[in-house]
Design a protein around this ligand. Structure first.
Ligand code: AKG
Ligand code: FE2
Length: 328
């Protein structure tokens, strides 16, 4: 049995935790016994067609903490994104975030899971169709403070859960932000939301993401969560699970013999929170010139308009908007 508390001390886990918002702390761990029991209820998340009014999407997240947006990408577009990502998956092995029973981060990221980061860079279809979408920007803005398109891309990570992977520890993606700001409780602004795009059809057996609907509204965020409270978020390829940074969730166990489950995680945060991926050091400015403007903004290559002012007031150079400085 893994003693998470011991490892949190031994590995200076707190330091690592501050680098990324979604890794869980000792307080929000669930017990091994709880991990062992997995069964779903008949409850299901709402499914809303992509393009529906932002108020409808925001209302679903306000009540359940998560919603499935159907048809964000067509099957053809999904195939293009997969073609773009395949070489990057081929280049890495399972457990590429580290190995070892006693390495908490590696365990959280999954020993039988492949994670490809910086995906925004690898797929034009992903940039043009999903990230440049004004509809998605509206949804994000309805949930997270900031004008549409003026959020930071917290991560762009494809997650492929392979057969034999166990269920991931249940967690809240905005966990660390909430704790640091002493808002580890319900209410208050949404600081980060995450989304998972089905790049395969996603069944429960393949490791559909487990969600506890309504857990963003719990009175006690330190209450222990059990797998028995979760339901699987079933996706057709091209559907998007959009969820609050406050809702408990985790990757599911893949109990198939031979069917990897691939999704793409795209997280959006309040513009002034640091994301997981250091975009300006990952993507050369010459390359970013070819990206849609909205995507340049998500990646930190444009000044940020928090309250809708034009040009953005935050993230400037010598009082000049960053986009002018970079001649974008
Ligand atoms: O792979 C999944 O279904 C969820 C992954 C996740 O929640 C995470 O890594 O933060
Ligand atoms: Fe997560």
């Amino acid at each position: 049995m893994i003693d998470y508390y011991r490892f949190s001390l031994a590995q200076d886990w707190i330091g690592a935790q501050h680098q990324a918002s979604r890794y869980v702390s000792r307080e929000s761990m669930m017990s091994e016994a709880a991990l062992a029991s997995t069964h779903s209820t008949d409850a299901a998340l709402q499914r809303i067609p992509f393009g529906a009014p932002a108020e409808q999407v925001a209302a679903a997240i306000a009540s359940d903490g998560a919603v499935i947006l159907t048809g964000v990408l067509t099957r053809e577009q999904v195939a293009e994104v997969n073609k773009d990502l395949d070489p990057h998956f081929d280049a890495i092995g399972q457990g590429n975030f580290g190995q070892g029973e006693e390495n908490f981060l590696a365990d959280f990221m999954g020993h039988r899971t492949k994670r490809v980061v910086h995906c925004v860079r690898y797929s034009k279809t992903l940039r043009d169709v999903m990230l440049a979408s004004p509809v998605l920007a509206e949804y994000v803005s309805a949930l997270v403070p900031g004008a549409p398109g003026n959020h930071s891309l917290g991560s762009s990570q494809a997650i492929e859960i392979h057969p034999g992977e166990k269920a991931q520890t249940l967690h809240r993606d905005a966990n660390t932000m909430l704790e640091l700001l002493q808002r580890f409780e319900r209410g208050g602004p949404e600081m980060l939301i995450n989304s998972l795009l089905g790049l395969t059809d996603v069944t429960e057996e393949m490791g559909a993401t487990r969600v506890i609907p309504g857990s963003h509204l719990w009175d006690d965020y330190r209450r222990e969560a059990t797998q028995a409270e979760t339901i699987p978020a079933l996706l057709n390829a091209g559907d998007l699970l959009l969820f609050s940074g406050r809702v408990l969730h985790g990757g599911g166990a893949n109990v198939t013999k031979d069917r990897p489950r691939r999704v793409l995680s795209t997280a959006f945060a309040i513009s002034f929170f640091m994301g997981e991926e250091a975009w300006p050091f990952v993507i050369p400015v010459e390359e970013v010139r070819t990206y849609p403007k909205q995507v340049q903004g998500y990646l930190g290559f444009r000044s940020v308009s928090f309250a809708g002012e034009e040009p953005g007031f935050l993230w400037r150079v010598e009082a000049q908007p960053l986009e002018e400085h970079l001649a974008l």
